[in-house]
Write a protein that binds this ligand. Structure first.
Ligand code: 5GP
Ligand code: ZN
Length: 114
């Protein structure tokens, strides 16, 4: 936990954010600035700065996060497909320094990204 990290604060429930999924280890909520009809963020409750900071000891947690993304995609009815994005670091376009998986779907997505 980090006192002033936005996503740690969301995970602690400081903003009464609606969680679509919550376990002891993770939380999922809708992105405030959605880029697709479905745009959900899945985060670990533990403060991990980015994918680049994930450790071997986080292996189980990483699996939980990915399975949560899959479950949410099913719940959202994204049977036509979806995209999972983990922006990492400066060149990756990461703007919040707490690991998060974007789940994007509900429209045909373009490739490659910018
Ligand atoms: P990044 O650019 O780090 O990959 O993604 C950060 C995401 O967090 C952005 O898509 C942004 O819209 C979202 N975001 C930033 N602040 C908030 C917030 O306070 N609440 C929610 N729900 N999403 C946020
Ligand atoms: Zn954090």
């Amino acid at each position: 936990m980090s006192a002033d990290c936005l996503f740690c604060r969301i995970a602690r429930g400081e903003f009464s954010t609606e969680f679509l999924l919550e376990t002891d280890n993770l939380a999922a909520f809708r992105d405030i600035n959605p880029q697709a009809p479905t745009h959900i963020l899945v985060i670990p409750k533990k403060h991990i700065e980015s994918l680049a900071d994930l450790q071997a000891e986080d292996q189980g947690l990483a699996g939980e996060l990915l399975l949560a993304v899959k479950e949410l995609a099913e719940r959202e009815g994204l049977s036509a497909g979806y995209r999972v994005v983990v922006n990492t670091g400066q060149d990756g376009g990461q703007s919040v320094g707490h690991l998060h998986f974007h789940l994007l779907g509900g429209r045909a997505l373009q490739w490659p990204p910018g």
